[in-house]
Design a protein around this ligand. Structure first.
Ligand code: F6R
Length: 608
């Protein structure tokens, strides 16, 4: 998500920090900052926008003197991109400086507590609570204070910390957010990502979950949260810089496919509290939720496909009528609206021209608007009445993967919450859905572990001319997305059909050897899907089926079957899409195409 660099040694830290941060530029960020200890105090400088601004304002890092420092590039999650929200964050007397990657899930509660004790906050970030909490617990022993803070905060973090009292040390800690220590000679480094330090050293220690690190120029010591020292082996990084940027993956798309378990946890976990769904940013009372009588979900491309899935879930679970509209259509029609209408605009970038125009139209009509957005501070996030951030982290590959998965999670949270508030499901049922949702990251990991099988299958279809995806209900929704993934990065023509529609036209396209991908995860619809699969097999199609482990009977009606774990029927898109993302990826890879940058496409479509 964000980027961290730290240096301690004999050289001036500022230029090294800026150089390290520049190696993380490919990930995209909105602001940056550094803190350097000058022997007497910790000096910080932060700037909004490109690293170049920070570079110019600090004369390449040289205006901050000192040989020990930390730096950060920020991809906003809590609080808009601004200088005050940029890291490092400090305690009030500026004796502790903190940079942080990840999300502190209970920051609001902690902030309230600290404010009650007289602490004054200068930013809207979750990170600032760490600086003040450290101040609160610090009694001269930095490691002890950090270990105590680690017990108080919930969520994910990689932290690099300076204490004025300990000028010859950088401290670090991590949980569920990556962190490496670079070993030099008479100097050491800390970073969130290997590329930041690769120019200086290839000898690294990987910090494990719930570990603390004390780094001086001569030594690196690791501790568990009981402050017992942990021994660790130094590893050699063999990657070149371009592989390192992608975390060792060949393409960003594959990295982002693999990011999905963590990304959906980041979207989901902060909003699940004590077996309840709490979406503070929704800004709606239960009474207002009960008054909604129609929802429009408006978006483009992949984001639109999450809306198609959400319609099935909202309608079945919360009994609210939902219309899903392509933003480019919605903006030019005359939607029927009343005081109970809510418009949800879904967008990864938050800048898609049609989605933004649709949002503005909804606002002109006086409708309640909600954005489901990834990029904090983007136009849609700013202009919507309320916004649920997906916190997927920067998505670099043009083909959207983790944005899709996290948008689905946002829809699930909303649909289950609305269903409960409107009395459509009991507390026990809500707990059941929450339980199933929490299983998804581990189930996705299981599916990712089976990637070789999918690669082998994909290699057989590299020369395919066209591919069809069929499904019913939510399986139709996921087929739309799978088909888009395939066509945009492999240039193979593909289309998705509601399986019941086959006989009304599309079946005439099926000929000997045509690949038909059938998705059947909805128990009650499996027999219907099997009939549709038989119809295409009779016309010569090769059918690859995706179903759950309870439907082994599907093997009789498909030439190739991929199983996904059983989950609640509303959440199946989250699992079924994984092998299909991999399928598209491996076809594109096998054809030797530029997977991350398919022809004619841009990551953010800011023109109509
Ligand atoms: C496909 C893809 C696009 C986007 C669409 C909307 O992989 O990425 O279809 O989903 O351009 O973009 P956002 O979500 O940024 O509004």
């Amino acid at each position: 998500m964000c980027g961290i660099v730290g240096y301690i040694g004999e050289e001036q830290a500022g230029p090294i920090l800026l150089d390290g941060l520049s190696k993380l530029e490919y990930r995209g960020y909105d602001s940056a900052g550094i803190a350097v200890f000058d022997g007497e105090k910790i000096n910080t400088h932060k700037a909004l926008g490109k690293l170049r601004v920070l570079y110019d304002e600090t004369e390449g890092g040289n205006t901050l003197k000192g040989t020990c420092g930390i730096g950060h590039t920020r991809w906003a999650t809590h609080g808009i991109p601004s200088v005050r929200n940029a890291h490092p964050h400090m305690n009030s007397d500026e004796t502790i400086a903190v940079v942080h990657n990840g999300i502190i899930e209970n920051y609001l509660k902690l902030r309230k507590k600290l404010e009650g004790k007289g602490y004054v906050f200068n930013s809207d970030t979750d990170t600032e609570v760490v600086a003040h909490l450290l101040d609160y617990y610090y009694k001269g022993d930095a490691l002890k204070a950090i270990a105590t803070v680690m017990q108080r905060v919930e969520g994910s973090y990689a932290l690099a910390i300076l204490f004025k009292d300990h000028p010859s040390h950088i401290y670090a800690a991590r949980k569920d957010s990556p962190m490496v220590i670079g070993k030099g000679s008479g100097e050491n480094y800390v970073a969130s990502d290997v590329p930041a330090i690769l120019r200086y050293t290839r000898d690294v220690f990987y910090v494990e979950n719930e570990e603390l690190v004390s780094i001086s120029k001569e030594n690196v010591r690791f501790y568990n949260t009981d402050l017992e020292e942990v021994s660790k082996e130094c590893k050699k990084v063999e990657w070149d810089i371009s592989a390192a940027e992608k975390g060792g993956y060949e393409y960003f798309m594959l990295k982002e496919i693999y990011d999905q378990p963590k990304a959906i946890k980041d979207t989901m976990n902060p909003r699940i509290k004590d077996d309840n769904i709490v979406i503070e940013e929704l800004g709606m009372t239960d009474e207002e939720i009960r008054r909604i009588d129609r929802i429009y979900i408006v978006a483009c491309g992949t984001a639109y496909h999450t809306g198609v899935a959400a319609k099935y879930i909202f309608e079945d679970l919360a009994r609210i009528p939902v219309e899903v509209d392509l933003a480019s259509e919605f903006r030019y029609r005359n939607p029927i609206c009343n005081a109970g209408t809510m418009v949800i605009v879904v967008s990864q970038s938050g800048e898609t021209a049609d989605s933004l125009a649709a949002l503005r139209l909804a606002k002109e009509r006086g409708l309640r608007t909600l954005g489901i957005v990834n990029v904090v501070g983007s136009s849609i996030a700013r202009e919507a009445d309320h916004v649920i951030y997906t916190w997927a982290g920067p998505e670099i590959a043009v083909a959207s993967t983790k944005a899709y998965s996290t948008q689905l999670i946002a829809h699930y949270l909303l649909a289950v919450k609305f269903a409960f508030v409107r009395g459509m499901i009991s507390r026990e049922e809500m707990s059941g859905y929450i339980r199933e949702m929490k299983e998804l990251p581990a189930q996705i990991e299981m599916l990712l572990a089976g990637k070789e099988k999918i690669q082998k299958f994909a290699n057989r279809y590299i020369a395919a001319k066209d591919v069809f995806f069929i499904g019913r209900g939510l399986d139709y929704a996921v087929s739309l997305e799978a088909s888009l993934k395939l066509k945009e990065i492999s240039y193979i023509f593909s289309d998705a059909y509601a399986a019941g529609e086959l006989k009304h036209g599309p079946i005439s396209l099926v000929e000997d050897g045509t690949l038909v991908v059938a998705v059947l995860t909805q128990d009650v619809l499996v027999p219907k899907m099997i009939s549709n699969m038989q119809e295409v097999i009779t016309r010569g199609a090769f059918v690859m089926a995706i179903t759950n482990t309870e439907h082994t009977e599907v093997e009789k009606s498909a030439q190739y079957v991929l199983y996904i774990p059983k989950t609640c029927r509303y959440f199946t898109c989250s699992l079924a899409i994984i092998p299909l993302q991999l399928f598209a990826y491996y076809i594109s890879l096998g054809k030797g195409l530029d997977v991350d940058k398919p022809r004619n496409l841009a990551k953010s479509v800011t023109v109509e």
